[in-house]
Design a protein around this ligand. Structure first.
Ligand code: SF4
Ligand code: SF4
Length: 94
């Protein structure tokens, strides 16, 4: 008797229950920000730490292009800049 083949129809990432930021009663919460994280993608090593630690899940690290931040929802907490091991993210006043 042959074994059944495991068929995965969608990539694992698409099937994980990952929360996405969206407009709530407070609107787009990026308006709360007083400092903005600015990324130097030429310094970025694509280590993914900023994406993992961002408390509102607004960072995507793309292997080809680098870090993308959704400024509609980034609150400017500065955690991404703190955890970046190569100082590729700098907090700047709005
Ligand atoms: S400043 Fe805070 S909310 Fe904005 S991208 Fe960095 S970790 Fe996320
Ligand atoms: S933590 Fe720094 S080096 Fe790592 S992916 Fe983010 S910006 Fe790039």
């Amino acid at each position: 008797m042959g074994k059944d083949k495991l068929v995965i129809e969608k990539p694992l990432y698409d099937r994980l229950p990952i929360a996405k930021p969206m407009v709530g009663v407070a609107g787009k919460t990026g308006l709360w920000r007083v400092e903005k994280p600015v990324v130097n993608n030429s310094k970025c090593t694509r280590c993914f730490l900023c994406e993992i630690y961002c408390p509102v899940n607004v960072i995507r690290v793309e292997p080809e292009t680098g870090v993308e931040i959704d400024y509609d929802y980034c609150k400017g907490c500065g955690i991404c800049a703190d955890v970046c091991p190569v100082n590729a993210i700098e907090m700047k006043p709005e």
